[in-house]
Design a binder for this molecule. Sequence first.
Ligand SMILES: Cc1cc2nc3c(=O)[nH]c(=O)nc-3n(C[C@H](O)[C@H](O)[C@H](O)COP(=O)(O)OP(=O)(O)OC[C@H]3O[C@@H](n4cnc5c(N)ncnc54)[C@H](O)[C@@H]3O)c2cc1C
Length: 381
Amino acid sequence: MNKSVLIIGAGISGLACALMLEKIGYTPVIYEKSNCLRNGGGGLTLWSNATDAIQSMGLLEEIYQNSKIISESTIQTSSGKTLAKMPLNDLATQYGTHTVGILRANLHHLLSSKLKQTEIKFGYELVDLEKTNKEVIARFANGHVDTGEFLVGADGSNSAVRKKIFPINTLRFSGYEAWRGISTYTNHNTKCGKAFEAWGNGRRFGVIPVSDSLVYWFATRNTTENRDEGEVSKEQLIDIFREFAEPVPSIIKFTEEKDITRKVIYDLKPLQNWSKGRVMLIGDAAHATTPNLGQGACMALEDAVILAQTLAENKSVSQSFKIFEETRMDRVKFIVNRSWLLGRFVQIESKLFCEVRNILVRLSPSIQRNSSFERIIGHKI
Ligand SMILES: Cc1cc2nc3c(=O)[nH]c(=O)nc-3n(C[C@H](O)[C@H](O)[C@H](O)COP(=O)(O)OP(=O)(O)OC[C@H]3O[C@@H](n4cnc5c(N)ncnc54)[C@H](O)[C@@H]3O)c2cc1C
């Protein structure tokens, strides 16, 4: 039997998928349009549901060694007043694995270093594909053509694969933009693994330790769809977040300006299907989400594990794809829609509504008793 599989994209979902497909006897080839693995891109929170998936990949200890365990996460006002606390150490005892902060580059490099049979071809941009009953033919911008038993589109939110199989554009503009950076500013709290998110009026600043000496931060601000002011300097960012108490200004100050990236945030309105014939979408290509719950990469890791499980347990590719969609669809839809609504709630601009929002968060039941949160991060594969 032809066990060749083509994976488009060497991001978190493509690398994780290749790793899991190798384990069940496939020989994947990953085609990546960039010339190398992504090096920057700040950091990520991998919640307990993602570290559970990583445990299934056999990489939990190495992830712990290459990241920072998050002991607690706090939601606070821009002036630093605590609104809610998530005792993540306690939740890890309950869920079995920790939540961690990790540099994206560390995750990419760890996943790719574990690939044994997979070839990664850099500088190959998929431009077209053709499906037959038995195989998929992929065509690349440099003229290369390859054939596989099936093809996995792991090529991110602007997926070329998705545009080929589902041509209708369902990307949704969120109403906000985000900056990301890595800072050398640390303090007692970050060294103890304490993360926080500070909420202002239409602006937010989040800090996640990724090692003893580095923190990853993200900052959001409401914007209009086509506004592009070009690069924003560190001084301008400090000014945009001037209402935020320390350590926010220091964290921005201790960031290399060249490492600050900006992205206008879009998600993908939930699709009805992620596959057509022998082509399957995973990760952001299938279900790009707003970053409010920090679940995009976490879901990509879950996808990789569950896709391999269904392929291992079922006779045909089409049957496996159907079961994969049935298994994943409700959970993913729930997370994408929750994250979208949360974005509306936290990006509120009016001072009065922000006061009401903050009171609601202060009075809300503790995170341990929040069933939605439990459903998201307490999920086990
Ligand atoms: C501000 C922000 C904060 C976030 N924070 C978190 C967090 O804390 N936790 C979390 O879990 N998630 C977070 N996310 C989401 C996370 O970044 C994404 O969900 C994740 O990177 C998706 O991985 P992916 O591999 O599916 O896609 P991508 O990372 O987009 O990778 C796709 C790859 O495909 C390649 N590619 C694209 N087109 C082609 C083509 N035609 N041919 C060949 N290759 C192609 C690209 O070059 C890229 O390497 C955040 C996102 C943002 C914007």
